[in-house]
Ligand binder design. Sequence first.
Ligand code: ADP
Ligand code: VHF
Length: 367
Amino acid sequence: MDSVTRQRISGARSVVVKIGSSALTELATGLDTGRLDALADAIETRMRAGSDVIVVSSGAIGAGIAPLGLKTRPQDLATKQAAASVGQLALAHAWNTSFARYDRTVGQVLLTAHDVSLRAHHANAQRTLDRLRSLGAVAIVNENDTVATNEIRFGDNDRLAALVAHLAGADALVLLSDVDGLYDGDPRKGDATLIPEVDGPEDLDGVIAGTGGALGTGGMASKLSAARLAADAGLPVLLAAAADADAALTDASVGTAFAPRAQRLSARKFWVRHAAEATGRLVLDDGAVHAVSTARRSLLSAGIVAVAGRFFGGDVVDLADQTGQVRARGVVAYDASEVGEMLGKSSSALPADLRRPVVHADDLVTL
Ligand SMILES: Nc1ncnc2c1ncn2[C@@H]1O[C@H](COP(=O)(O)OP(=O)(O)O)[C@@H](O)[C@H]1O
Ligand SMILES: N[C@@H](CCC(=O)OP(=O)(O)O)C(=O)O
């Protein structure tokens, strides 16, 4: 159990540790401060050994269920938000109390997907995280559930944690859950085998990533997509049980280790693929789909058959095929109204100032 990936995780200078609701809360009783203390112990040990740690803590909704007299995890947005507003207070207080045992100060950082989608906001979050770190405080990050609506949600904290790891320039991501790693099928549904190492997509062939527990949000599928996102950013990921936090944070000898891809995406391409909100959509004919997704060429106006949305040059747009499937994303060079005028025209038929590619290959990522 001493792969290069595990060595990178155990030796990482800066680590994002994400803790799932299922590891911190119980439906009937809410927040489990005993488990939270054990996690804070393991994190403090890692910090004293010289690493910077950012905590991404789920559990606000889970911690709000019992105090509000609810019996199950709410499904509608308003009740989820009410539960999160109650629970986030308890959660932040519990982390504060727990780290106070070590005279360690904590800071709460609540983010929306919007905050990391726009590069200006991105820099704000980055600055706060950076200053907390330099002041020796631990950032406790969560999604700002009370203002996030369905359209602008991260969706799950696994994704939030991977994006935070990227924007904070961390060296590794550790996902702690109620399950001790990735199995080839949902272990609650019968026999399943633990997969200790994932070195590339081929190791996921045949793996069934099922839904989460009564309190979790995205289940295993969201952990796998967060691992892919982190891999694109060049970060190794460890998925382990919160009960094994000690081992996970000392020698990374437990759980499933996901190797990063050999060549990380450039920061710009990473941002286009994973963080930015698309403000419009271009529909491409088959030739243009082939050009951008297989031949990795720039998108020219001749291959665009339709345009939707209000966007401006420099925004990120989705590139879809004619069945509606989004095949790529890229930074568009023109405003929506200009692209509307250029549809289907070859560059030579356009005025000189509209002859650049609509999306340059360097600004384009396939999905
Ligand atoms: N292939 C799989 N391997 C491991 N766990 C799986 C798999 N498919 C589904 N699961 C379930 O995913 C759950 C963890 O996801 P979730 O409840 O969302 O956790 P968290 O609250 O930590 O984010 C586990 O309890 C496990 O039962
Ligand atoms: N922001 C939400 C958690 C959302 C979430 O992804 O939960 P989980 O799947 O348990 O990591 C909360 O604090 O309840």
